[in-house]
Design a protein around this ligand. Structure first.
Ligand code: HAM
Length: 423
């Protein structure tokens, strides 16, 4: 009788399996490396926090909080939520541990899973993976440019090219309230349905993001924040663009950008990839100068981003590129007989100790099956050892790329393979 299992991963939650999981790891690590190069230290946070942290930090009017949270109560009735994003948790930790006392800016980076109860589709998951950075406590346009340049460099070092950076300014404390009123005056004159009207009252910006064609048409002439920036917000934005020009990061200003989270102020941006269909955002971020204080901490500014690792992998595939090798090893040992196996088990340990990724054919497989497994592993070399070779103190080293084979003395094989791999 064959055993069957009816267990499945939860809907919209991906498994990352070999060989393609190597692309996921390479994309994630490549994006983190870009942040490390700019002095960001790693922060590892809980995957769940008090529900109120996200409600207050991310904003009650957002879809993320009002519709997409994975919320549960613990055994004492306290409400917790699986983190839908990283910024609120980083702020909580920075406040709780007084990280600002160690000098500013506090520069942190993180990677891991986040949870949003969205309708799953290609590129949109209920468990998604992000790499993020947050730079807290210095309100300097050069820092905005640094954060954006890290994301741009991260994508480019992975080989991505068909993406664009969209950027805008959402204004500051002095110009935002006035603009909000201006936009509400405009919206309240429109024949909006009840729900949309309510949204216009809570967060009018969100109405500009309405996907329905009739609403889009109605708000086509709505006033835009970028035309009503305060002098200092405008100067900040112009300087950010100036720094980006200096670094050579291309961008397009998109004054109609609306982000899905409420904490943004001033510089706000999104990275958009054209090969992904509807879920085209491969990363996004911006300034959130009031967030820390809103969560009960000191009045400190902040800027950061979250890059979608899942969508980065899809974008690479859409461009016909791959990050990272899917080979599980570089060398594959094929023992013919028990004596040979004893030698190869020891040799494999020596190769690994020399930093060479090595696997073996286990279970007494025949030559044909073992060579097939060697090919499947993606290894560059097979090491084939039989009784005759053991007796002569040699081993057959086969280059699996061109089929060439030669015999190498057993006591020199580690150095020989290392040299061949380095070529
Ligand atoms: P976000 O724009 O909500 O920002 O998410 C960042 C990225 O995560 C998106 O651009 C997208 O690539 C990916 N992502 C979001 N939702 C999904 C999903 N359901 N499936 C697959 N990928 C997804 C934030 O989360 C902010 N915390 C970023 C930030 C940090 N802003 C300032 N600091």
């Amino acid at each position: 009788m064959t055993k069957t299992s009816s267990f499945k991963a939860p809907k919209g939650v991906p498994d990352y399996l070999p060989p393609t999981s190597a692309e996921f790891v390479a994309a994630r690590d490549g994006l983190i490396r870009a942040a490390r190069l700019a002095g960001y230290g790693h922060i590892e946070l809980p995957v769940f926090e008090e529900t109120a942290l996200f409600a207050r930090g991310v904003g009650e009017s957002t879809d993320v909080v009002s519709k997409e949270m994975w919320t549960f109560t613990d055994r004492k009735g306290q409400s917790f939520t699986l983190r839908p994003e990283g910024t609120a948790g980083v702020m909580r930790a920075a406040i709780e541990h007084n990280l600002d006392r160690g000098g500013l800016p506090v520069k942190l980076c993180y990677a891991g899973p986040f949870f949003r109860y969205e309708q799953p589709q290609a590129g949109r998951y209920r468990q998604l993976q992000q790499v993020g950075v947050e730079a807290i406590g210095i309100d300097d346009p050069a820092l905005d440019a640094e954060v954006i340049a890290i994301a741009d460099a991260g994508f480019r070092t992975l080989g991505l090219t068909d993406f664009r950076l969209e950027i805008t300014s959402l204004g500051d404390d002095t110009c935002r309230p006035q603009y909000r009123e201006l936009l509400q005056d405009f919206l309240f004159k429109l024949p909006l349905d009840e729900e949309t009207r309510r949204r216009a009252e809570i967060n009018p910006l969100r109405v500009l993001d309405d996907k329905r064609p009739e609403v889009k048409e109605m708000v086509a002439d709505a006033p835009l924040m970028i035309d009503h920036l305060s002098e200092s917000a405008k100067a900040h934005f112009d300087q950010v663009l100036g720094y980006l020009d200096g670094i050579g990061v291309p961008y397009v200003v998109n004054p109609r950008m609306v982000r899905g989270l409420d904490y943004y102020t001033k510089t706000t941006f999104e990275f958009v990839h054209d090969g992904l269909g509807a879920q085209s955002g491969i990363g996004g971020g911006g300034r959130y100068d009031g967030l820390m204080a809103q969560l009960g901490g000191p009045e400190l500014s902040g800027i950061g981003f979250g890059l979608g690792v899942d969508r980065t992998v899809l974008a690479l595939q859409a461009e016909g590129k791959s990050a990272g090798s899917t080979a599980t090893c570089e060398v594959y040992g094929v023992p013919m007989g028990e004596t040979a196996k004893q030698h190869l088990v020891t040799l494999a340990a020596r190769l690994r100790a020399a930093g060479i990724r090595t696997d073996l054919a286990y279970g007494g497989r025949g030559l044909k099956g073992a060579m097939k497994a060697a090919d499947r592993s993606g290894a560059r070399f097979a090491l084939v050892l039989g009784d005759r070779e053991v007796a002569e103190g040699v081993i057959a080293l086969k280059d699996l790329r061109n089929g060439e084979q030669r015999e190498v003395p057993l006591d020199q094989v580690v150095a020989q393979v290392a040299a061949d791999l380095a070529e």
